[in-house]
Design a protein around this ligand. Structure first.
Ligand code: CTP
Ligand code: MG
Length: 377
């Protein structure tokens, strides 16, 4: 392929049907957002990438995707967004892929297959999958009007490919359609199909995100681990460190480390999930560099060991067990602090007392139990 290639990734939608309080392109799927997944697939295949961002989220997307990518503010409709991005593309460009961030898992190979059909002379190329359901045309009053022959129907995906001149012409009058190929069809230009792929599904609802997760992880690459830690309260002059935070006016734990049971339990859960031993075997007494280390330092080390073993963290769930301190009012702070140390992954934090019984119900100390879900990269 000789000519210069560009890709537009449409990401300016609000994701209304998904129902999150952030735009759909910024939804996290394992270790990265949907827009980052889409960029990762197209970056190896094209020379230049343009992203249409929802107004107000341009800088956030720039920070995620880096400065080599051009981020423009999208329009009210998808077609309007694409038309805005088309104007930013240099006229030396020969082929353009138009892709939806919502089809975050479309592969680099799919993009290559579209580009190679363009290189062989096609003006417009779209990936399609056969329609497996019988499809009916329904009138507005709820009656079937007709049943098109299923064998002639196909479901359409992105990235769709265009010669730059064709895409420019398709968008010059500001026409709208649910995909760009429809605008090309309306110009009377032939649209070529290539085989699409299941993993290029459009993520519209939370259920689609589960489907996408399955494509990323299969069933065997997920691992879970559990970790528990407990410490006794120390003397009245000890400071309390819990969940990597300092808790003023609370009594701290005994011992020479900061006694952060939450951080220690998470470390153990991570090591267990990755089959890397436990806190003792990784940071034991024979390792002077960890003597008296903070919970935050141990957690940072645990994350890098798990990552070096080829795993990424999916999420962490933590429960703190004890009469004091009361976690509720600082829950969001604990979640934010732990998530930051863990590389931004989702963390949940709950707390409980144990009705005056056993493990810390007697008020002698604090315990924590954590579970970690990780996956092979
Ligand atoms: N899109 C865009 N500009 C718009 C509307 C949509 O760039 N004004 C993008 C979306 O970000 C998405 C793609 O076009 O990647 C396909 O649209 P869709 O899946 O419908 O996403 P949303 O419009 O965000 O979702 P919803 O329709 O549920 O609000
Ligand atoms: Mg939409």
């Amino acid at each position: 392929m000789s000519g210069r290639t560009a890709a537009i990734i449409a990401a300016a939608g609000s994701g209304e049907r998904f129902g999150a309080d952030i735009p759909k392109a910024l939804i996290q799927l394992l270790d990265r957002t949907l827009i980052e997944h889409a960029v990762a697939a197209l970056a190896p295949v094209v020379d230049e990438i343009f992203i249409t961002a929802p107004a107000g989220f341009e800088d956030q997307i720039r920070t995620l995707v880096g400065s080599d990518i051009t981020v423009v503010t999208g329009g009210k409709t998808r077609s309007e967004s694409i038309a805005i991005a088309v104007k930013a593309i240099s006229h030396e460009t020969e082929f353009v892929l138009v892709h939806d961030a919502a089809r975050a898992l479309a592969s680099s190979d799919l993009a290559r297959s579209v580009l190679s059909a363009l290189a062989s002379g096609e003006k417009c190329v779209i990936p399609v999958l056969p329609e497996v359901d019988t499809v009916k045309v329904i009138s507005s009053d709820g009656f079937v009007q007709s049943t098109p022959d299923r064998s002639s129907l196909a479901k359409v995906q992105t990235p769709q490919g265009f010669s730059f001149a064709t895409l420019l012409a398709a968008h010059k009058d500001g026409a709208t359609a649910t995909d760009d190929a429809a605008l090309v069809e309306a110009m009377g230009v032939k649209v070529k199909t290539v085989s699409g792929e299941e993993r290029a599904l459009k993520i519209t609802t939370p259920n689609d995100l589960h489907q996408a997760l399955y494509f990323l992880t299969g069933s065997k690459t997920l691992r879970t681990g559990v970790g528990i830690d407990a410490h006794k309260f120390g003397s009245a002059d000890r400071q309390l460190w819990l969940g990597t935070l300092l808790w003023p006016n609370e009594i701290g734990m005994d011992g020479h480390s900061d006694g952060d049971v939450a951080a220690h339990a998470i470390c153990d859960a991570l090591f267990a999930a990755a089959q890397l031993g436990d806190l003792g075997s990784n940071f034991g007494v024979d390792r002077p560099e960890y003597a008296g280390a903070s919970g935050e330092k141990l957690l940072t080390e645990a994350v890098s060991k798990v990552s070096a073993a080829g795993f990424a963290i999916s999420n962490i769930s933590l429960q703190i067990i004890g009469n004091r301190p009361k976690i509720g009012s600082r829950r969001a702070e604990v979640i934010a602090a732990l998530s930051k140390v863990l590389g931004g992954v989702p963390v949940s934090v709950s707390a409980t007392t144990t009705d005056g019984m056993g493990l810390t119900g007697t008020g002698e100390g604090i315990a924590a139990i954590a579970s970690a879900l990780i996956y092979a990269r």
